[in-house]
Write a protein that binds this ligand. Structure first.
Ligand code: ATP
Ligand code: ZN
Length: 283
């Protein structure tokens, strides 16, 4: 079968998490900072390390079969690719921001104003949708300094914590798009069995991240009440302990309501609770 190629970011915010995800999928490869391509030794796959902006087009044109890139970059490059799997990292929001002392209060106030951005395509779509005619000034970096220099009245950029905005005398004004990393593929190749296999592996890693493996001890009379609190993949495993009248209960608990569940379990008589990370969940 033909060897697949997956394009990931060479260096930057998505690089480390992309490499980690592929390694957690059981793929073995060298990750030299200097190389542009790496061969996976235990799966017919090659990894191309590229600038993130180039990834969508490489996948669209078939130079790579798959890619990991931010949704923001895909929207900006307007390519035809298939969206295979959201990956839960690289989360950020693209926002409009204005100076703290501005007169701009509503979206309509942007009419006729200049907005600096590295994302002209996404911004144009948003402005058109809201029927606002503003001037888009495309710059490639340090967008946040442009209002202070008198180069624009507002900016449109990625904001994660808002710290950079603050230190430049800016405040967020409107959220336009939220983004995270996504696995994309070439259109028409979705049914390739190797691609399906990789998607399955990625999903099993993502599922495991959302859950913890929990082992706890309980007196037999408390078991019924404790089980009621446990969702589990199926029903929990119950193992007798050496001490008469006691059992160990094994189960998985979703990360999101983890602490709440632990409090309830303790109140129901659970003791010696051990929590472990899960590597993969294969359904
Ligand atoms: P490259 O050299 O590959 O072109 P870059 O400088 O364009 O890198 P990075 O800053 O590494 O890109 O960001 C890559 C992606 O990470 C962004 O496109 C976005 O999807 C995501 N991201 C998550 N949080 C942030 C953030 N706080 N600022 C910028 N990008 C973020
Ligand atoms: Zn880039």
């Amino acid at each position: 079968m033909k060897t697949l190629k997956i394009a990931i970011q060479k260096s930057g915010r998505l690089n480390e998490k992309s490499v980690e995800l592929l390694k957690n999928c059981g793929l073995s490869f060298e990750n030299y900072k200097s190389s542009l391509i790496s061969t996976v030794s235990n799966f017919p796959l090659e990894i191309l390390f590229l600038r993130d902006d180039d990834i969508p087009e490489y996948v669209q044109d078939g130079i790579a079969d798959l890619g990991i890139v931010g949704e923001n970059v895909i929207s900006e490059t307007e390519v035809e690719v298939s969206f295979l799997q959201l990956l839960g990292f690289g989360k950020c929001t693209l926002k409009l921001a204005v100076q703290n002392n501005t007169e701009i209060e509503t979206l309509q106030d942007l009419e006729g104003k200049a907005i600096a951005t590295s994302y002209p395509v996404i911004l144009k779509k948003f402005l058109d949708k809201n029927q606002i005619d503003a001037e888009i000034r495309t710059i490639s970096g340090s967008v946040e300094i442009s209002p202070g220099l008198g180069l624009s009245d507002a900016i449109f950029d990625i904001v994660s914590t808002g710290g950079t905005l603050k230190s430049n005398g800016l405040k967020p004004f409107a959220d336009v798009m939220s983004s995270q990393a996504i696995l994309i593929g070439r259109k028409g190749e979705e049914d390739n069995p190797l691609i399906q296999e990789l998607i399955q592996r990625i999903q099993s890693v993502l599922r495991a991240k959302e859950t913890k493996y929990v082992v706890l001890n309980a007196a037999a009379e408390n078991v019924e009440q404790i089980i009621k609190l446990l969702p589990g993949v199926k029903s929990p495993t119950i193992v007798p302990l050496a001490e008469e009248g006691w059992v160990a209960i094994h189960t998985v608990i979703p990360e999101r309501d983890f602490w709440e569940k632990i409090t309830l379990l303790k109140a129901a008589g659970a003791q010696g609770i051990v929590v472990m990370p899960i590597e993969k969940i294969i359904l």
